[in-house]
Unconditional design. Structure first.
Length: 288
């Protein structure tokens, strides 16, 4: 049964990739490699470069991971290794409930609270943002959204470490904290990385919440590698572009439509690769 479901999922995924590739073929032929590395997207002149959106997606997801990964793994260590079961279960239940909150609700919270705090914070730091709708805001919001995923999966990975390994470490004279650092975390490493990757996949594919707070300004790229200007300005991601009105505008124009579908193809490829690597790591961790 499981093999049949796996085969079905694989067929559906390959079918989607083929369909998206066929639909986006006109823009790939028109733009060539410039479709991926081009810096300008302006459909009225039939110029389609998605590099600013790739940059925005990477920055937003990167901010989310940098914040959520250490907090999530730290919280998982606390629930899996330190607190008693009577405390662990309510805490984990609360975290799992947070994971079930619709993304549009997170987006509304971002509009009501986060973007105002970001705007005020940037001004206090000496910057002059036009608004609180920035790549930074979207990254902070995504960090909150993927935190339950990282914590829950990391907790499972840590609890899969055999108890005898912990007891052996304590028998050698290690303290509880030393045993966590020397035994639990190393043995759960693959599961922890898988948790981070699965959260990264969610961050890449999140649309509604990001759409509401990212600002949706096209063609935003840093002037230099270490420039903070695009980070604290409105930007665009692959998902926010796909969630906007341009999808409807593009439908009647074959080349424009192909360019929009190409965004979906890039996103699907990225999420598929990340998910497959995470699944492989989880399988390796289970067989270790």
């Amino acid at each position: 049964m499981s093999l049949s479901l796996t085969a079905f999922a694989a067929v559906v995924l390959v079918g989607m990739l083929v369909l998206f590739a066929m639909e986006s073929a006109p823009v790939l032929k028109h733009e060539g490699v410039n479709y991926v590395v081009g810096k300008t997207w302006f459909f009225r002149s039939e110029t389609f470069g998605v590099l600013p959106m790739i940059y925005g997606t990477a920055v937003v997801a990167g901010i989310a991971l940098l914040l959520a990964a250490p907090i999530g793994i730290g919280a998982a260590v606390f629930t899996a290794e330190i607190v008693p079961p009577r405390v662990r279960m309510p805490v984990k239940l609360a975290i799992e409930l947070l994971a079930g909150i619709p993304s549009v609700v997170y987006g509304l919270l971002g509009i009501l609270l986060l973007r105002n705090y970001v705007y005020d914070g940037l001004r206090a730091a000496g910057f002059d943002p036009l608004s609180g709708d920035t790549l930074l805001t979207a990254g902070l919001l995504l960090a909150v959204m993927i935190l339950p995923t990282i914590m829950t999966l990391s907790d499972d990975a840590l609890r899969s470490v055999p108890s005898m390994s912990r007891h052996a470490a304590r028998g050698l004279g290690l303290t509880h904290g030393q045993a966590i650092l020397a035994v639990s975390l190393p043995q759960a490493r693959k599961g922890l990385i898988a948790a981070i990757l699965l959260a990264f996949g969610r961050a890449l594919g999140e649309a509604i919440a990001v759409f509401l707070v990212v600002g949706r300004q096209d063609n935003q790229l840093p002037g230099s590698l270490f420039s903070l200007e695009p980070l604290i300005s409105s930007g665009q991601t692959l998902t926010s572009k796909l969630g906007g009105a341009e999808v409807n505008i593009a439908y009647g124009d074959p080349l424009h439509w192909a360019a929009v579908v190409g965004l979906g193809l890039l996103l699907l490829i990225a999420v598929t690769v990340v998910t497959l690597v995470a699944a492989w790591l989880q399988r390796e961790a289970a067989h270790a």
